[in-house]
Design a protein around this ligand. Structure first.
Ligand code: OFO
Length: 171
């Protein structure tokens, strides 16, 4: 496997792992303060990010590259409210989108069209994830801290589908 592509895919593996870790911390915080629906949504989102990491790990291995499984920093994470949680989620997704774009750029530069093709799934995925985070933030902005509104928001979020796992292409 092309070394530059291998290197940037390993960076992406680390970023997907850190997304999973970050959303797990958010889920745990939400659960601890009574937002059970939000916690369910975020636990699922964390699982989804792990799947994104795994797809990359398997792809690099299949193509004869070397995977570096990252170690992740933990920490005591807390938030001032749901707005802060989802603002942080959106910022993280924007960072991931930029990183995916960079992977695509390196693939083209290195003429690695197989990896370029593989990465297209991630490009569409990022579109969906950013749109989802923005629509959640719009809802929170309408609620504007109203307790009844937050109660309903949390209840609805439990039924919100993070459908990217279901959209996984067949291996
Ligand atoms: Fe892996 O899609 Fe979000 O970060």
């Amino acid at each position: 496997m092309n070394k530059k592509v291998e290197e940037i895919l390993n960076k992406q593996i680390e970023l997907e792992a850190s997304s999973s870790h970050h959303y797990l911390a958010m889920a745990s915080w939400a659960e601890s303060v009574g937002y059970g629906g939000t916690a369910d949504f975020l636990y699922l989102h964390s699982d989804e990010e792990r799947q994104h990491m795994l797809r990359l790990v398997k792809f690099v291995n299949e193509r004869g590259g070397k995977v570096v499984i990252p170690s992740l920093a933990g920490g005591d994470i807390s938030f001032n409210g749901l707005d802060e949680v989802f603002q942080s989620l959106l910022e993280h997704e924007v960072e991931v989108t930029n990183a995916i774009n960079e992977v695509v750029h390196v693939c083209l530069e290195q003429k690695d069209y197989t990896t370029h093709n593989f990465m297209q799934w991630y490009v569409s995925e990022q579109l969906e994830e950013e749109a989802l985070a923005r629509s959640i933030l719009d809802k929170l902005s309408l609620i504007d801290g109203n307790k009844g509104g937050l109660y309903l928001f949390d209840r609805d979020l439990a039924n919100f589908k993070v459908d990217s796992i279901a959209n996984e292409p067949n291996e």
